[in-house]
Design a protein around this ligand. Structure first.
Ligand SMILES: [Zn+2]
Length: 143
């Protein structure tokens, strides 16, 4: 049951280039510099990842960027044998959710960590990663 839940989340994340939807194309510019960024509302301090240009909580658009750094805690993970368009060249891979306290980051586990080594609660860090097809992304690595 837990696995299904994760897969549904991935669908939300992967069916689109989420940066286009959220109008936060600077996200890509930051990725090009090797930085993984989220956005924070300057009005109410709400934190968003993936970043958003408008705050759902207070409806302001006064957002600032912050870098996703340091360790997060592995909440859940699941191996994916097939994926959405744009990601299929790199299958299979492991998707996961990291808990950073104020926010959560959904993404994929670095290929250098075997499935057997993963444990819920372990610390991982989020790092820039270029997919084999040249697409810019990020992965979770050992912290
Ligand atoms: Zn807000």
């Amino acid at each position: 049951m837990a696995k299904k839940e994760v897969d549904d989340r991935f669908k939300k994340f992967g069916t689109v280039s989420f940066t286009a939807i959220t109008k936060t194309n600077d996200f890509i510019s930051y990725l090009e510099k090797g930085k993984v960024m989220g956005s924070r509302c300057k009005e109410c301090q709400a934190i968003y990842f993936p970043p958003r240009s408008d705050c759902f909580k207070c409806l302001h658009s006064n957002m600032e960027w912050f870098e996703v750094t340091g360790p997060g805690r592995l909440l859940s993970f699941s191996e994916l044998k097939y994926g959405p368009v744009g990601f299929e060249d790199d299958l299979p891979y492991i998707i996961a959710l990291l808990d950073y306290g104020d926010y959560k980051v959904f993404g994929r586990i670095s290929k250098d960590i075997p499935y057997e080594d993963l444990n819920v609660g372990m610390e991982l860090k989020t790092e820039f990663y270029a997919l084999p097809n040249g697409q810019l992304s990020y992965v979770f690595k050992r912290s």
